[in-house]
Write a protein that binds this ligand. Sequence first.
Ligand code: HSE
Length: 426
Amino acid sequence: MKSLKIGVCGVGNVGGAVIENLTLSPDTVEFNGGVKIEILQVGARKGKSAVPYNVEVSTDLMEVSQNPDIDVFVELIGGCELAKELIEKSIKNGKNIVTANKALISTHGDELFNLAKENGVQIGFEASVAGGTPVIKALREGLVANKVKWFAGILNGTTNYILSKMTDENSSFEDALKQAQNLGLAEADPTMDVDGTDAAQKASILSALAFNTPFDFSSVAYGGIEKISSDDILYAEQLGYSIKHIAYGSIENGEVNVSAYPTFVSKDQLLSQVGQQMNALEIYCEDIGSTVYYGPGAGPKPTASAVIADLVDISNGGWPVLDNNSKKNQFSKQGNEKFSRYFNLEVKNEAGAIAKVSSLFAKKDISIEALIQKESKQNIDPQNYVPVVIISGKISDLQALAMLKEIESMEEINKSVKQFRIHNAI
Ligand code: HSE
């Protein structure tokens, strides 16, 4: 049987699960993958006490990247600076790399793949997007014969868990977040999950594979789920939508739009049914239409599963290193993609107020597809405002933001207005 000697740096949730799997139940990988994976050294700054297995532990992470007996350096410490330094050193020492680090790949991917190419080694990064659901494999291998037109995905388990709990169990945002953290789904700093950063990083990696764009997280527009209230969830339900955090990428005439925002997803779409911490990715290709990938995208075991799959791939010779020198498609600076929109506002309960709002939509040439006005909550709201929800026709992000500002500046409007995209059947 083939053998692969690895060094693992990082013994947090994911590192711990990789070491546990390979140490306690190596038979499955040996049987399914035909390779014996041996952990030669573990890098853990806290030392041996952090690694309750019979493996050699070094507190000096650089030592692992320089160990001449190691074939693959597995980077699971997260963050950018030290992780990059360790990976670069390992590559220069002739080691293949496996990483779950989406922050690093989505920012420095081009540089790292170039270095890997120069040194004749592989970089496996399946675990950086959708954890245990092999979406990178699907894009690079299964769909290799296709031109991707667009993808839409739920790529953050924590936010999906929070939105599902708020929808299905009326949980508060805070309680749901705590539960997600307890399950080991959330990032060390959960702000990255909640504000959309994590999903945007993953979307930029998918874009590099689907559309041949640079690995450039800074070109992804994104927002988080912080402003979603139980009211929005109820309105979504009434209108036939679920609220999901959706990473969306598309290409038109070589121009690429990639973004990640909370989005109303029509209940007739598969993505609207994806609950709990699950991830799902729909990839639409020119010739074959949509394929959909669903599964666990966060948590120690699913992520470890993807790391180990990359190790087996590398033992089989891997895949060609991504070629960064071929012509790249560029990101659109404008955010031209158009979506229908949900606007949630509070309008003064006086004659003609709604008419003024709707004439603003007419003036901007934006159609109103649906409008819900609830009865005035006179006893609750001394100013006597009424909640109003408007579903608009398709407009770009720029148009939506301009509209938002104009509505907010009207004297008949209370508080800040909310606006979310709508993902309809295509
Ligand atoms: N914190 C991420 C999520 C998991 O909730 O999806 C790792 O990417």
